[in-house]
Design a protein around this ligand. Sequence first.
Ligand code: ZN
Length: 152
Amino acid sequence: MRLFKRKFIKLLALSLISSMFPTSFLVASAKKVINPNLSKKQKEIMFKEGTERPYTSDLLKEKRKGFYHCANCGNKLFASTAKFDSGTGWPSFSEALPGAFKTKIDYSFGMERVEYHCAKCGAHHGHVFNDGPRESGKRFCSNGLCLIFKPE
Ligand SMILES: [Zn+2]
């Protein structure tokens, strides 16, 4: 009986917390490290919403045909055909593969930005803006460290 009561209180507390922070709570709980070889910087970006320094990614120069995968879980995220040079210093894409990401509003730095996370492992990848040059109008601003390119 006492065990049941404790469980009930725990459940009640959990549902209270999740109703206060509906999206952030759900995203945070879904995050998990799958690749044991992730570097400290990769973990900082993917699990603590960090950002790599602009113009540092080797993927900026990548022009081959293929797909970009999540560095943590291997989920296929972007096709090379969606990649474009945004001039921002971060690998940019006009669209993601269907179902690749889940989004969340990020209010940090006094801005309202849409953050995207890998739908499979919950890792943070970047922010998506509505100023893209192509038909989709989107600009997925990605941290290159979170991506692994596999040429076709
Ligand atoms: Zn992933």
